[in-house]
Design a binder for this molecule. Structure first.
Ligand SMILES: [Zn+2]
Length: 219
């Protein structure tokens, strides 16, 4: 089926807001410089969730972060030879470009509260539901990467355990990063440091993984 009948004009709200930004918010000097190339200080892997805005919470301008977003901010383990399923290849491609071409010095995995992906995988694990039986053909399969995090979840109630699952998901993805040879090499050479964050959306709190304690501590 052709997409042609369904392609419409941009919603007026977006046209209006773009024009306001272009006339009032556009930093011509900044974007003029950026037009010549990018040199971001970090790669950020965050969730697709519309409430997660890494550039906004750090008040960082365009050109600062090379951002890859996927459901539940996951990094699947490396599949040698670039033969991972397409979804995993998408994440691997972004990692490869950021580390090998852009040579970002920091790689940040940022989880968040009330994550639908974390909730869905938590439910899969707690209720022994197979990915194929979730009713979400693609999401269920994608979330398999997060299952390993469930083994380490702690807490007495679902709310506490869900926060723990979110934290452990970030840790799982940080561990999986090291399975990519170009990341392990850059880290070992002192060219790349890894960071784990978790953003509590409602109160705006940010927690960082303390490498010494192993806990997520308030920034
Ligand atoms: Zn999410």
């Amino acid at each position: 089926m052709s997409s042609a009948p369904f392609i419409k004009n941009l919603p007026e709200k977006l046209v209006s807001r773009y024009k306001t930004w272009k006339s009032e918010g556009f930093d011509g000097a900044l974007f003029g410089d950026l037009a010549g190339g990018q040199s971001p200080m970090a790669m950020v892997i965050s969730c697709c969730d519309s409430r997660v805005q890494s550039t906004e919470i750090f008040d960082m301008p365009a050109g600062s972060f090379f951002i890859h977003r996927n459901i539940a901010n996951l990094v699947p383990p490396c599949a040698a030879g670039g033969n991972a399923p397409n979804a995993a290849n998408n994440t691997a491609s972004a990692l490869e470009y950021a580390v090998k071409a852009l040579k970002v010095p920091h790689l940040i995995i940022m989880g968040h509260s009330a994550c639908g992906g974390v909730q869905a995988c938590y439910d899969m694990c707690e209720n022994n539901v197979a990915a194929a039986d979730t009713g979400f053909e693609f999401v269920g399969h994608w979330l398999e990467t997060l299952r390993a995090a469930h083994d380490r979840v702690s807490g007495d109630d679902d709310a506490t355990r869900l926060v723990s699952m979110g934290h452990e998901g970030v840790v799982e993805s940080l561990d999986n990063l090291m399975s990519y040879p170009f990341i392990a090499e850059a880290a070992a050479a002192g060219m790349l440091s890894l960071h784990g964050l978790w953003h509590d959306i409602g109160p705006g709190h940010l927690y960082a993984l303390n490498p010494e304690s192993g806990n997520f501590e308030a920034v």
